[in-house]
Design a protein around this ligand. Structure first.
Ligand code: MV4
Length: 450
């Protein structure tokens, strides 16, 4: 087992990892930028090393500074959290070369899933359902036209180096194809240094349902699903498990597909297989995340197990139990961002002048903030995750509304009022929502007159 883990991240996830390390008797090292001196992850770690100025490229993304911090503190493991270097194959390799265990995916696993067209080909080969489309990269406009004719419009073209919504275009007819293809490819080249594009049939009004998996390099098991369909511009806002759209049969099929996906690349660690699910409950592999995710919390609540602990144990060489999980509770997470939901989610950095966290049975808050803490403008704007767990979906929603009403964060704008409106929405209450929900209900983004 590890003796000392360096947490190469900031904010709530850094604190989240530190908490589990403490419970496992593992020493912790925090790294921080000059802008994060006052953050709780710095206070609660056994040691803390300043690795540079606020700018991420000079601190949380700076590999040599992080490795140097691990070396001077004698850390034998690095936990990357999510974002930053968590899916960086080079960093994973550099850790290994320096004799430090990267608590995440190997360079091979990251690369296998990082190129979306080849990940899709791997999935297709092992029998995981994929959206009909091109076989790999499109070589020319005329080839793109041929594929589109075969699979029929509307189609979607996607950057093979993309993911998370970057470098995608929906194309409704042949007239639009050439422009869309060329401009998306140019954009992908500029953003990712890779112009490669592939094509899929456009799935209209899909749900985003992902399966949590854990694997030991040989065998994988699944830990149920999360419905992450409530998103805005590819930013998830609310996640819940189980999905209100799930059936026992579909869970078994998607769970088995996720296990197949992980075993196809001899995956080791915890990971997530994302699927698009259409209105007829057909599901298709979208991508695999080779990291712990923001929304891992709701899975923890319904399976009553610490996924960071599982991740650390797997990195230390433990084997999985091999048991799949069927949820018996319901859990919801609302992401509380320092943003004004009624002004296009404009970031709202500044000092939290007053802070009161809700409490009571079935409520969890993961955050690094407190009264007097200043939200800095350099990083993403999520400041807290509010999670409820209850016997039924209705109870989890009721509890969430109560908790949101109790939550006081003064001095900055937050997404709390948006969440209250959403959770009171008739269609959300009925579980009838897709990834188009916020586009279809702009009234949720307007301030209520009171
Ligand atoms: C799609 C799709 C429809 N059809 N692929 C968005 C993120 C990226 N991982 C894939 N995405 C999509 N791929 C086909 N063939 C619609 C989306 C999509 C989406 C997916 C999940 C959650 C929110 C979304 C919002 C817009 C588009």
């Amino acid at each position: 087992m590890f003796k000392k883990i360096l947490v190469a991240n900031r904010g709530e996830i850094a604190l989240r990892v530190i908490r589990t390390c403490k419970e496992m008797g593992i020493e912790t090292v925090a790294v921080y930028s000059k802008a994060d001196v006052e953050s709780l992850h710095v206070k609660f770690a056994d040691e803390a090393v300043c690795i540079g100025p606020a700018q991420s490229s000079e601190s949380y993304l700076n590999m040599s500074r992080i490795i140097a911090a691990a070396e001077i503190t004698n850390a034998d493991g690095i936990h990357p959290g999510y974002g930053f270097l968590s899916e960086n194959a080079k960093f994973s390799k550099v850790c290994a070369e320096n004799g430090i265990k990267f608590i995440g995916a190997s360079p091979e696993m990251i690369n296998a899933m990082g190129d979306k067209a080849s990940a899709k080909a791997t999935m297709k080969k092992v029998g995981v359902p994929v959206v009909p489309g091109s076989d790999g990269i499109l070589e020319s406009v005329s080839q793109a036209k041929k594929v589109a004719k075969r699979i029929k419009y509307p189609v979607m073209i996607k950057a093979t180096a993309g993911g998370g919504g970057k470098g995608m275009r929906v194309v409704w007819s042949e007239e639009e194809l050439e422009d869309a293809f060329l401009s998306a490819s140019k954009e992908a080249e500029a953003s990712f240094g890779n112009p490669g594009m592939y094509m899929e049939k456009f799935v209209e009004e899909p749900r985003h349902i992902e399966i949590q998996i854990a694997a030991d390099g040989k065998k994988a098991c699944h830990l149920g699903e999360r419905d992450c369909s409530i998103q805005r511009r590819h930013q998830k806002l609310v996640e819940e498990t189980p999905s209100p759209f799930m059936t026992e049969k579909l869970r078994e099929k998607m769970g088995n597909a996720a296990i197949k996906a992980a075993e196809a690349i001899n995956y080791e660690g915890v990971g997530t297989v994302e699927f698009l699910v259409d209105k007829n409950r057909n599901f298709y592999f979208m991508e695999m995340n080779t990291r712990i995710q923001v929304e891992h919390t709701i899975t923890e609540e319904v399976i009553d197990y610490d996924l960071i602990k599982e991740q650390i144990k797997l990195a230390a060489g433990d084997k999985i139990s091999g048991k799949n999980y069927i949820p018996k509770m319901h859990s919801i997470q609302c992401r509380i961002n320092a943003e004004n939901p009624f002004k296009d989610f404009r970031p709202s950095p500044g000092k939290i002048t007053n802070y009161h966290a809700p409490g009571g049975h079935g409520i969890r808050i993961d955050t690094h903030v407190y009264a007097g803490f200043s939200i800095v403008p350099y990083y993403d704007s999520m400041i807290s995750k509010l999670i409820t767990v209850a016997q039924t979906r209705e109870e989890a929603i009721t509890k969430m509304i109560r908790a949101l009403q109790e939550y006081v964060i003064d001095g900055i704008d937050t997404t709390i009022p948006f969440h209250i409106s959403l959770l009171n929405h008739e269609l959300f209450r009925a579980g009838k929502y897709t990834t188009k929900f916020l586009e279809e209900h702009p009234e949720l983004l307007e301030k209520k007159q009171s």
